[in-house]
Design a binder for this molecule. Sequence first.
Ligand code: WT7
Length: 635
Amino acid sequence: MSNYHIKHLEEYLQVYRKSINHPEKFWEELAEENFVWRKKWDSVLEWDFEKPDVKWFQGAKLNITENCIDRHLLTRGEKTALLFEPNDPNEPAEHITYNQLSVRVNQFANVLKSKGIQKGDRVCVYLPMIPELSIAVLACARIGAIHSVVFAGFSSTALATRINDADCKMVITSDGAYRGNKTIDLKGIVDEGLEKCTTVDSVLVVKRIHSEIQMKSGRDFWVQPLLDKAATVCPIEIMDAEDPLFILYTSGSTGMPKGMVHTTAGYMVYTAYTFKNAFQYKENDVYWCTADIGWITGHSYIVYGPLANGATSVIFEGVPSYPDFGRFWEVVQKHKVNQFYTAPTAIRALAKYGTDFVDRYDLSSLKVLGSVGEPINEEAWHWYNDNVGKKKSPIIDTWWQTETGGMMITPIPYITPTKPTYATLPFIGIQPCLMDENGNELKGGQAEGRLCIKFPWPSIARTIWGNHQRYKETYFSAYKNNYFTGDGALRDEVGYYRITGRVDDVVIVSGHNLGTAPIEDAINEHPKVVESAIVGFPHDIKGSALYGYVILKDTGQERDPDNLRKEINQIITEHIGPIAKLDKIQFTEGLPKTRSGKIMRRILRKIAANEMESIGDISTLLNPEVVESIIENRL
Ligand code: WT7
């Protein structure tokens, strides 16, 4: 028995033990009984965290789209696979059945082929949350092309950086995007980005907002006429278990974003298994994750995990505030959503408007509420639990990362007793541990330290695209033979984990993972800026927001500081995107530095958080006097 569906606490404990004591046997049975393989593996797991090198199901052959689409056609052909809810509530929702999804993915795959895309080629997908985003992703997977989805909120520079890093041959985009009462000129952003790229031969354009756009002859193609002509059958490319499925960029604490590479078989097995259990998904449930497919949450838990289970997955184009702050709850009522998965920042933003908007709608369909992306604070947890779940839908606080591919620490609803602000217990197969600053594991019950994972799981990212050395340094060098998450955590007396937040220079703003270094690099390009340092500070809605300390060339009084602040945020918007804008910008004459010239961000963090009493000893600094002046001029 593979225990694909965990139904009670004793079973969880028993299966967990089995997955730890006999991991290969456990995953082998699970993989064998629940997926379609063209050839079985020669070995279940080979790993070495020193190199690092991880391989799951080596030698197996499969295609993930056969598992997400084809195998459902006989039994679920007329079931809704994707339920598209447009930005405008007056535009009708679209139910795409598994049969229809199959036709559309096959046609799209044939269009990719007709434009010369082959197995192993990289295709950049830069689309709003419309069905074509999932379809394009699945079409790539069907022919073995490696998709690199770039969130459509990123700027042209950020897009170009990602296209160039992966040497993408094609970009799939749309004329534009709807976002609340605004439209965004996506094609214009792509055109600007492509001025800095040389590897892209073709751009496929989906028509969404019917705006006037430039089409570059020989490069740009409207996709619909090509789809109309395309055959509705495209045979699967038979992939090796360890062939890359996709690249997805995430910020690092330094420099370039990291192109995390996920491979085929392990990712499929783990995302499917976690989806089924963490949401307790049952046939005919309607599942809705509000994330964008441009993030890992969307890859794993809008597209692959749900479809591998033959689920109905909602794709929401809109925003929580349009036409008003009741939009989420209106959609829950309209589609009788059973599992709802969102981010704490959205909950806090909605809670600000009280319960009127929630109370207006019938939310009785809800069975499970999910949270992801950042720690959920106690207040937000209770608001979600009381007003959305009416105290009857368990909240699953799911901790995981782009790098982990799937959920790592999460309650299983109706099985694991929940505890506000705790992600609770490791999922099946996951072996977390806590380390002290000297690299020693903190054994026993209660402890607080840095969160590591001891043993590989099937959906761990295998490398950073084009930079295996950086992969090793970032994740496998801090603690020998352990994967280091970059997060701090504490463990309570019963073994529940609570994630306390990042311990590196990554700040999570509204659930978006932002490295401070690339933002500093962007600011430093402003002609008036000499140097800058960015830190996170607590924010009611966003969780964390960004505080910038900026040294200007003219040390005298800046004549128009507010205008300069605007210009700085403009540069950030151009280089990264509006999500990385600074909430506060303090101009300063200096930054606290160590004698070796390193900026003391710890001190800057304390000042930004208004925790001056715990700044500690500054006498060893190169320039202790500067701290006083920064505090005096604090915003
Ligand atoms: C970082 C990863 C996982 C998909 C979305 C974010 C933080 C994520 C939680 C949670 C506390 C969380 C961590 C992690 N994080 N979920 N439930 N509780 N913190 O993916 O952009 O790769 O960010 O998000 O700090 O390291 P990501």
